[in-house]
Design a protein around this ligand. Structure first.
Ligand code: ADP
Ligand code: ZN
Length: 523
């Protein structure tokens, strides 16, 4: 039986927003918040979070306040609402004083349904007073994971949002995010004083996204092959770690006939905004970007998201790849990953200014990301498992489609570990591999490493194969890279049982890169 409130909610959905039915948990969330309850909503990107607060704001008396860190997108959000006849506005630093006064008046007199504010604005005395003088229907805290100090989107002002609970105890609050590992979830609930709020956890699965992670060889060239064979004429996003690499990759794609633009925080604001607008508007266009690009971007027909560098965490990876296929049509998440990525990410953690606890958390997050890259089982199962969701093999990821061959790598790993030991744990991967393969280099002559018993014991494998073994052995935590000492490889305590022969090691067989088969016809 539907209640009157439910009927009114559905009526608004259909008449104002033009959708026939609620999706997933939307109806439950809308009812709960419209009835005055607090909520914590965890829903993947593209799941439909906005309606979860927009409709309750229309159902309840007063003005709905939406707190969002995305000032650049507020205008778009307000325009979209006005288009369907919802009275919306925003308050942020881009406005003139007159405009601010006008919006404040509308809030006070209740002649508006929704107002978007940036957290730093909300915390001003002026704004808090305004809301205390007005009738507020709800507070929606968008991108709530920004409260997490361990995440890459941390915003200090978000922590202060707990004051909403103290100053407006009767106003319902709804916090929303697409990032939902258990730690972030707990942090949001705790820091925003939403421990008693009802939690709505949607499935994080995005079945239309095909995940694949390949061994990095040429990187850029592999990317070009991927785009031209699997997604010719499609729009997509390519993530790189550094600004320089963003620029270079965009140039490279353009030289090879793919329309690409760059986006990173080092560019002038106007240029960045222009590229973003073009990306949203045009078809057949690729955005090469650092992670500065993407939060809140709603382009439904992004057909692929590529990573040319390893992300720091699964949360970041999942959020970035989640920008593909928001329209529900087939899309790809593709990543090229290699030994250098592992070395670099570990170094960035070691060299960061963070304290020991923070470094440890970053290390655990990176390990989970490496586990995903090296897994022998379904990628989607690994991803969903990380978000606390059980599932079975998906049939739509690289490891399901072409199951990786694993092999008993105990002997080669023992050879590797012994070699590291024999060269006194003072040399980097390149040299260690040369010793293993018995390559006569100047350095080897200089250090007399050709006289070692291990010299050439690994000459049955190619350099690429050894790099793959080193990478996986690092990922398994058997060796570490010492950045204070020329990136030399060192054994960890975990290496001992393997060296002594008590513990076996199973690794992914190195597979020569093959031209990928076309995954699906592009539209
Ligand atoms: P999120 O904020 O969770 O990333 P949005 O709120 O931007 O997602 O919604 C994603 C897309 O899905 C939007 O284009 C939105 O209009 C659409 N959408 C949301 N809810 C529904 C629904 N019940 N029926 C149809 N389309 C919907
Ligand atoms: Zn799978």
């Amino acid at each position: 039986m539907t209640t009157e409130l439910e009927a009114r909610a559905l009526h608004l959905l259909q008449t104002v927003f033009g959708y026939p039915a609620f999706r997933g948990q939307q109806a439950d969330i809308v009812n709960h918040v419209a009835s005055g309850g607090d909520a914590l909503v965890l829903m993947p990107t593209g799941g439909g979070k906005s309606l979860c607060y927009q409709i309750p704001a229309l159902l309840r008396e007063g003005v709905g306040v939406v707190i969002s860190p995305l000032i650049a997108l507020m205008q778009d959000q307000v325009d979209a609402l006005e288009e369907v006849g919802v009275r919306a506005a925003f308050l942020n630093s881009t406005q003139t004083f007159e405009e601010t006064l006008r919006i404040e008046r509308l809030v006070r007199t209740g002649e508006i349904d929704l107002v978007y504010v940036a957290p730093e604005r909300l915390m001003t005395q002026r704004c808090l007073d305004l809301f205390e003088d007005s009738r507020i229907s709800l507070f929606a805290i968008d991108e709530a994971h920004c409260v997490s100090q361990w995440g890459h989107d941390f915003r200090p002002e978000y922590i202060r949002l707990s004051i909403l609970h103290e100053r407006f105890p009767d106003v319902p609050r709804i916090a929303l995010t697409a990032t939902a590992d258990q730690q972030t979830r707990d942090e949001i609930a705790h820091r925003l004083q939403l421990d008693d709020a009802r939690k709505f956890v949607s499935s994080f699965d995005r079945p239309n996204i095909r995940y694949s992670i390949v061994e990095k060889t040429t990187g850029r060239k592999q990317l070009l092959d991927f785009i031209t064979t699997e997604h010719p004429g499609d729009s997509g996003i390519v993530y790189c770690l550094s600004r320089k690499k963003v620029e270079e990759t965009a140039d490279f794609l353009n030289e090879n006939g793919i329309r690409a633009m760059a986006y990173h925080a080092g560019m002038e604001y106007a240029k960045r905004a222009e590229n973003q607008a073009r990306f949203l508007r045009e078809e057949n266009i690729v955005m090469v970007a650092t992670i500065a690009f993407g939060m809140g971007i709603d382009k439904p027909d992004v057909r692929f998201v590529c990573h040319l560098d390893l992300p720091k965490s699964i949360e970041g990876y999942y959020q970035e790849t989640g920008r593909a296929g928001r329209d529900g049509m087939p899309a790809s998440a593709w990543m090229a990953y290699g030994l250098q990525d592992v070395v670099l990410q570990r170094r960035m953690i070691d060299e960061s200014e963070a304290d020991e606890t923070f470094k440890r958390v970053l290390g655990v997050k990176l390990d989970a990301m490496l586990g995903l890259c090296e897994t022998l089982s379904c990628r989607r199962m690994r991803l969903l498992d990380y978000f606390g969701e059980a599932s079975g093999p998906c049939g739509n990821c690289d490891t399901c489609l072409i199951p990786p061959v694993s092999f008993d790598a105990t002997v080669p790993v023992q050879k590797l570990l012994s070699t590291i030991y024999r060269v006194d744990q003072r040399f980097a991967a390149g040299h260690v591999i040369d010793v293993l393969r018995g390559v006569q280099t100047d350095r080897i002559g200089q250090w007399h490493h050709d006289a070692l018993s291990v010299f050439g014991i690994g000459n049955d494998r190619s350099e690429q194969e050894w790099r793959a073994i080193v990478r996986q052995t690092i990922a398994l935590g058997l060796i570490t890279v010492d950045h204070e000492a020329y990136s030399s490889l060192k054994l960890t305590d975990a290496a001992r049982p393997v060296l002594k022969g008590g513990q076996k090691v199973q690794l992914r067989q190195y597979q020569k890169p093959v031209k990928p088969k076309r995954a699906f016809a592009s539209s």
